[in-house]
Design a protein around this ligand. Sequence first.
Ligand code: XIL
Length: 377
Amino acid sequence: MRATRLVRNGAVLSAAAALALAGCTSAGDPSPTPTPTPAAAPDVALRDLPRAGLAVGVAVAGGGHHAAAGYPDPFGEDDAYRDVIAEQFSSVTHENQLKWEFLRPTREEFRFEGADAVIDFAEENGQQVRGHTLLWHSQNPRWLTSGTFTDEEMRALLQEHIATVVGRYKGRIVHWDVANEIFDDSGVLRTEENPFLARFGTTIVADALRWAHEADPDAVLYLNDFNVESVGPKSDAYLALATELLAAGAPLHGFGVQGHLSTQYPFPGDLETNLRRFTDLGLEVAITELDVRVPVDGAGRAEPDDVEKQVEYYGRAVDACVAVERCTSLTLWGVTDRYSWVPGFFAGEGSAMVLDEDLAVKPAFTAVADALRGPDA
Ligand code: XIL
């Protein structure tokens, strides 16, 4: 595993000590009895660590699974959580508050309060904002997916949406994930699930990019997806599409690799190589939704071997972005297990974030911090 340090009260602890602190014994110890975890708040700010040009971001909780979770609105009500977001990160993304489902309860209405609040907070805390997302197959309102619209109306709906939302935040949102998850894992366009792709194919992606560019000519416009960390059919499909779009003069500027990783699968060891395929086209790249989930028991506890793997995966993912000069932002898809989307979406997996339920550091936090400092630190 990578060399990992945990800096605590000025002392540098070894990886084994860090694992023990997190309630895990080191690999090979036959008795994985958890030791009590002393709550250790982060004593470094991730946002201060990386090379110039690399923003460290987080998804800000709200909407989506949080709405049904039974706890008070994290961003509105949890001051300790807000403090962590402000202190640790130089970029924020709306976890759900800019998605159609959240923004557009009816065809006529735009509900901007949730999104505005995150952007105001970002500006107060010197953070940049990554906009997520404009064209996606998921989390769309029923009036859109079940409505009866002509092709012309559908196109006009998307154009109006993009002009309104991107226009509202002109100059305040640096990156936009314009199109999200448009290919399936075989690299086939999601024409069945995405109501816009169903009618227009990839021409609507070019249109969406143009409309976003018209609304905010300075915004950096991205395609974004999961399972595109490695070279393979899905990332190949993006490479081909990006090449085509650029040749046609579409305003495409970046490719986002989400980075939802699981220790049940091998680490995508060619991540850096794959990122470079896109920077070679002239695009910038980002890791946009990094998290590393591990198998957990009924109480949400992970085995030490999996925690070690998680530490390694976080470190290697961050290493890849740090190594690629045109990797401009690295966003964690949540920061604390208190609010993670993972347990609700991946049965038997959890503990995917870098801080635990009590906002205390896990070894993964230290791995991210170490990797952000770069290989020469
Ligand atoms: C997830 C959110 O984290 C949840 O709160 C919500 O219930 C579902 O969506 N890929 C994406 C993100 O692009 O928007 C998804 O976010 C996670 C997968």
